[in-house]
Design a protein around this ligand. Structure first.
Ligand code: EPU
Length: 290
């Protein structure tokens, strides 16, 4: 693919296996991985792609992606300074900041409201883009301001408004790039925040597998749980090669070692078909399929 010089001036690497870029550890090759170190470089990337009418993809921590094959179009993964700032009850960080680390920094600063995030891997940008959540908490509840680039490369800074975020969804799909965000939290005792985080960690360790996964694989259908449905359809432990429905939590499809994209694709189809045949429910993936 002939890329313009302005794009090639941005730091990039070639042919990186998605097994190294995603928590699930499965996939083909990322042919072009662009890693801008500054917001200006990121904006240049988007402008170039927009001008050339070239599709691109955005990768965060790779914690919610199943890459089924090689990806030829340019992939952007921000490599911004991971600093975070606390000002009063606000904590602000770049999209590249580690999600779990941010929850820990909030606790250290005596700020409550991100305890639920303590066990969710990935980066801040990805967490906001999918409105990540657990234990009744989600980003939409604490998000104060966020800055992003539109698919045309325009910089926008705003506060969340009605309709911007819903269950595991935000308006920041289709080429929007989150640059930074701040959360409005509540001052509290660090010890109490840490204790709440520990309760969530213990709960998570007891109910979610430690093998490589992309977190919950399917969205919960309204009023029900995908895990409960897959479990009740008798699929716990179901395997296709090294791809397996976790015996611990049925909504986790785990990589037992050397799972291939084809094995995951087949397992995913078996699960959807069984849940549809048994309950008439069409499961929608929560994981993004590339
Ligand atoms: N259940 C089963 N069998 C299973 C798994 C679950 O019967 O194999 C039952 C549980 O006993 C419970 C119900 O299903 O009665 C709900 O299960 P759980 O409490 O584990 O919550 P979940 O709805 O499966 C959601 C989020 C998780 C988040 C947990 C904890 C989704 C798709 N999942 O899971 O988020 O960690 O609540 O708050 O929204 C993720 O987003 O990647 C993720 C893992």
């Amino acid at each position: 693919m002939p890329f313009p010089d302005a794009l090639l001036a941005i730091p990039h690497r070639r042919d990186i296996p998605f097994s190294r870029l995603t928590t699930l550890g499965v996939g083909g090759l990322c042919r072009w991985l662009f890693e801008p170190r500054t917001e200006e470089e990121a904006q240049r990337f988007i402008h170039c792609c927009f001008n050339e009418k070239m599709p691109y993809r955005i990768l965060g921590g790779g914690a919610n992606i199943l890459a089924l094959g090689d990806v030829e179009e340019p992939v952007l993964r921000l490599n911004l300074d991971g600093e975070c700032r606390v000002e009063g009850s606000l904590i602000q960080a770049s999209a590249s900041h580690g999600h779990i680390l941010l929850a820990e920094k909030a606790a250290n600063a005596g700020l409550s409201g991100l305890e639920w995030a303590a066990g969710i891997p990935g980066r801040l940008g990805g967490a906001i883009r999918m409105n990540a959540g657990a234990h009744g908490g989600e980003w939409a509840q604490v998000l104060d301001r966020y800055r992003f680039l539109t698919p045309e490369g325009d910089l926008v800074e705003k506060s969340p408004e009605a309709g911007d975020f819903s269950y595991r969804w935000s308006h920041l799909q289709g080429g929007h790039l989150i640059l930074s965000a701040s959360a409005r939290l509540v001052p509290s005792e660090t010890a109490a925040i840490r204790a709440a985080m520990q309760v969530f960690r213990v709960k998570r360790a007891a109910s979610q597998p430690k093998e490589r996964s992309a977190g919950c694989f399917f969205k919960n259908p309204i009023g029900d749980s995908a895990g409960r449905l897959i479990d009740a359809a008798g699929l716990k432990g179901q395997r296709v090669g090294d791809a397996m429905v976790s015996p611990l939590h049925a909504n986790f499809l785990v990589n037992q070692g050397k799972a291939t994209p084809a094995q995951f694709q087949e397992l995913m189809a078996i699960v959807r078909e069984a849940v549809f045949q048994t309950y008439g429910v069409v499961l929608e993936t929560e994981v993004e399929i590339w």
